[in-house]
Design a protein around this ligand. Structure first.
Ligand SMILES: [Zn+2]
Length: 274
């Protein structure tokens, strides 16, 4: 008789078996890998049903109510990018473009900017409000991999890598689309903030009955947060995908704005000169 294999026992980060449900939430559970200490939710978008593609008035109101969320970060993200990359004439791709606000900033700097946004509602809103046509195809899809291999000077993933089903395959796909010498920038929530660490302690002391703030870090809704990284884990993942971390400088204002986030820039090695 075949034995039941928990599909989430395999760690999304290091690929080894043995992850177990360690933190119980109202909906779902956070698995922890005993080998690399990665934390991830037992939920994938790939197994969820079809999303409504209709931009109803309720959908429009919902998006409009959240339009300013994270908006203040875009100019700071642009400054970060410009530390490493000259944007005039650059080919750029924003993965998880949302409503396309960062794409507009890139275009204002003279870059050619494309965007990927899996949410049909957000694509409809970006079309209607910003006159932008974002792509529904994921970076892993043949649409990008066959026609845009080694095409981009810059790829950005702002608040994205915590949402995707498979962070390794998303980043590896992005790296394949980067030109040699190209730059990848991302930010993502930081697992080492006080509220997360406190929640882990309280959870342990309450024998798993009190998730405290953990439910604010993860969500089982479609496109919700599925994994939260430590700085070391996301840096290692970038390196495993062939990137070399680049130093970044955040001034006082940026440091405060990104105080609960990990912000990283990394470069694809240039081709060796013959
Ligand atoms: Zn692991």
């Amino acid at each position: 008789m075949p034995t039941y294999q928990d599909p989430f026992s395999r760690c999304k980060l290091c690929g080894q078996d043995g992850s177990t449900p360690t933190y119980r939430l109202d909906k779902g559970a956070i698995y922890r890998c005993p080998h690399c200490d990665f934390h991830f939710l037992n939920q994938l978008d790939g197994s969820a049903g079809e999303e409504s593609t209709n931009l109803s008035s309720a959908g429009r109101r919902y998006i409009a109510s959240r339009i300013d969320e994270g908006k203040h970060l875009h100019p700071l993200r642009l400054q970060l990018v410009e530390q490493h990359c000259s944007l005039a004439g650059a080919m750029t791709l924003d993965i998880g473009a949302g409503l396309g606000q960062f794409i507009l900033l890139l275009q204002q700097q003279g870059a050619s900017a494309l965007g990927i946004e899996p949410s049909a509602l957000r694509r409809a809103y970006a079309r209607e409000t910003n006159d932008l046509e974002l792509s529904p195809h994921l970076a892993e899809d043949a649409y990008w991999q066959s026609s845009y291999s080694r095409s981009f000077d810059l790829i950005t993933l702002w608040d994205v890598i915590e949402h995707v089903d498979d962070p390794h395959s998303t980043l590896a796909a992005a790296v394949a689309l980067l030109k040699p010498g190209g730059l990848l920038c991302l930010d993502t929530p930081d697992r080492e903030v006080f509220s997360y660490r406190l929640s882990q302690v309280v959870n342990r002391l309450s024998s798993g009955t009190l998730p405290l703030f953990l439910s604010q870090f993860y969500s089982t809704i479609r496109y919700g947060h599925k994994q939260i990284f430590t700085h070391r884990q996301i840096t290692t993942l970038l390196q495993d995908c062939g990137l070399v971390p680049a130093p970044i400088h955040l001034d006082g204002q940026a440091k405060r704005a990104f105080s609960r986030k990990i912000v990283l820039a990394a470069r694809k090695p240039p081709l060796p000169t013959p």
